[in-house]
Design a protein around this ligand. Sequence first.
Ligand SMILES: Cc1cc2nc3c(=O)[nH]c(=O)nc-3n(C[C@H](O)[C@H](O)[C@H](O)COP(=O)(O)OP(=O)(O)OC[C@H]3O[C@@H](n4cnc5c(N)ncnc54)[C@H](O)[C@@H]3O)c2cc1C
Length: 863
Amino acid sequence: MKADLLDTAVLDRVPGWAGQVRQVEPLGGGITNRNFRVTVGDSIFVVRIPASTGDLLGIDRRVEHEASRLAAIAGVGPEVIAFIEPEGALVTRFIAGQPVTDAAVHEPAMLDRIAHALRRIHQCGEVSAGFSPFRVVEAYALTATRHGGRLPAAHERAQAVATAIERAVRPEPPVLCHNDLLNANFIDDGATIRIVDWEYAGMGDRYVGLSRGDVGGPPDRHLGARLRLWRIRHQAFRAVACGCQGSPLQRLDESGLGVTLPERARVVIIGGGVGGTSIAYHLVRRGWRDVVLVERAQLTSGSTFHSAGLVGQLRSTMPLTRLMMDSVALYSRLKDETGIDVGWRPVGSLRLASSRERMEELERQAGWGMSFGLPLELVGADEARRRFPLMVTDGVLGAAFLPSDGYLDPSGLALALAEGARRGGARIHEGVRVTALAISRVGVRQVVTDQGAIEAEVVVNAGGIYAPEIAAMAGLSVPIIPMAHQYLLARIPEPIPDDLPTMRDPDLLVYFRRDANGLVMGGYERNPAPWGLSGIAPDFNNRLLPEDWPRFEPLSQNAVSRVPALEHGQVLKLINGPEAFTPDNEFLLGESAVRGFYLAAGFCAHGIAGAGGMGRAMADWIIDGEPGLDLWKMDLRRFGSQYRSQTYTLARTTEVYSTYYDIHYPNEEREAGRPLRLSPTYARLKELGACFGEKSGWERPNWFSTNAVEPDGQRPTGWAAQHWSPAIASEHRATRERAGLFDETSFAKIEIRGPGALGFLQRLCDNDIDQPVGRITYTQMLNQRGGIECDFTVTRVDEDSFFIVTGTAFGNHDLAWMRRHQPTDGSVLIEDVTSSRACLGIWGPRVRDIVQPLTETNLSTAG
Ligand SMILES: Cc1cc2nc3c(=O)[nH]c(=O)nc-3n(C[C@H](O)[C@H](O)[C@H](O)COP(=O)(O)OP(=O)(O)OC[C@H]3O[C@@H](n4cnc5c(N)ncnc54)[C@H](O)[C@@H]3O)c2cc1C
């Protein structure tokens, strides 16, 4: 033990170390510190003792400590064990790994891994000090002069250039920067590039923070140089565009690293989160090479970077589950395919049941799971605890375990998908903001950005919480509400098994997963917090919302009751980030009313789990005109015009979010935003005891309480007893034996008029609708595969005029299908007249007796 080099008084003040230190060895390097490798018990640590020169260099050891802690939380820096004052000594855990050599640092895959680590740092939080290289150089010059030093001859000229650069460069939101990115400070632990030595860290410009990154290699190939030159060129163009000609920066443009957008592309994808990158990846896999993705800031700088990264597969229908299963299949091979580690950990998932009702839900899910090909098994409370030893089983009746679920690193996923897309020929441009869309009568035509315009056949809006803003550029409204969603990162005193499955406890509204430094715990609050309703700031990228502890408190109490170790845990951070939610908690996918303009957004905190399958389905949709599986539940056409009202959309989305973990029985009715659309008979039906349900915003009687006669047989129990009334049987019997009057005002009604109307409908319908005026024809409209797209009746009102009545929930879909095929020469007019017509229908064997006295028309079969 070479205690002579390291003051034992420092070691003894590290909590738990007094008298325990086994070995101390000096480590090489370090101008501003002396570093020691210290062995305590079986663990190895690094102790950094500041050198006295640090003060002259403006190093603040407390800031170094703050930054080191944040870097550790981000999984990039080593774990911080202690900070000993007044010496400012920092104790961290030793990271076993390989140095990143000068040669290795130039490899593209290594550059991506370093970029990935840096991105995590930029997103991990704030320290109390800023760092500006401009100010640092000024301060060093002053210090040197004060100490009798001489400044180099080139200093004055360099200072002038620095001043010009500082003026021309637009300020970026400050992020945590390391500011000393020598490759000697990188350690490759096999999974992540870890970064040590945070003494120069501070809040600053992420690009300028890379400026030491070109040490050790030719600048044109190096990460720091590449990114820095990109930014400088980008900003220089801006300066020139602003009329600041003569800027010294103009010359930098020749370095060839700026944004040069193509004039045209087959597909332009807007948004560089997991959504956009997955679509780009899958388009190139299907052979479409002419794909451009534009991102207004950096890849993964939207909701993607602050995701908790859980990947669960079981959903309510087979096609939705298939989407998630496709994701899992993709995530397990992406690293081999792209060289970028997405951190995929297939540890399995547990879903607990703490009530009989919940157990019944799990049993049903296990049945669905099996029919979907998912190996979901039901386990008892003890087995659940064996798999997740941190939990107590109080109240737990059982659990469902799905071994193929897991979690991953969301930013890594987006970067890997982007890399795969690039390798397949896609071009990805960061720092390019879409400002407008040009639409012609035929459809989308051009994407206008702050760097120029791109002609495009297909445009995909993958803008996450910003998707409504992008849709508005095409005159469309999309029902997305950004919600502040939170999870906690905590370190706990108990050891956490490496293969700890993810765990959801829906009765307590919380979920858990392991993280490099502890546990992640999040959930769905009963009091959700919508955010950004009057617009989102143009610079809201790489940013989180302030921690909202009062709102999170009930969830954390629930979490402690299930995982008691959390009570004595150390909170590392409460992540609060906005995510795009929809009024029914399903994705928004498909082609919009503007031909060629697609939407893929509103992932409702399942975007990471769904990105892989979603990207594949969207690529199929774009290339083949359909997604290849029944995605009606995610089809954006499922939402009618009532969702143009933000108040209504907000009410629905808030209700759906707050009841996310509840058991959702079939035929469940939502309450928020009701009543919205009323038939003229509404008041009368209410008077008659109608119990209303809602469809596409319309209030419709589900049954009349006055008809509820207790059944002769037993009432159903459990699952089947929900949303059930004995009135249903009475009303059914009355209609079958006598007659029943139905208000069908909610049915969607569409008028088709014009000289081309007959030809248009004859082409789309599979039945012959060229019938005499007054005749009603039941027909379908078929897609290319012969599958049914629309199913309705067509009444011939006149030679050139037809009236279509279709299902309440299908109006929007059927309108979109017809408008997609509508001739562009103006010969056919299509109009939604649903709200202007009421409709009553009467059925049953006694109908003629009831209606005949009301009309002079002979209603007999003979007449
Ligand atoms: C706290 C939290 C926890 C979560 N946990 C999970 C989880 O455990 N599992 C899971 O599956 N999902 C989770 N999610 C959800 C998941 O993170 C998102 O669904 C997903 O990241 C959304 O990806 P996206 O590509 O749609 O959006 P984003 O990542 O937001 O990407 C959209 C991009 O579009 C860009 N853009 C916007 N406007 C323009 C423009 N005009 N021009 C150019 N570019 C533009 C933005 O800059 C942005 O980068 C969580 C979300 C949050 C907030």
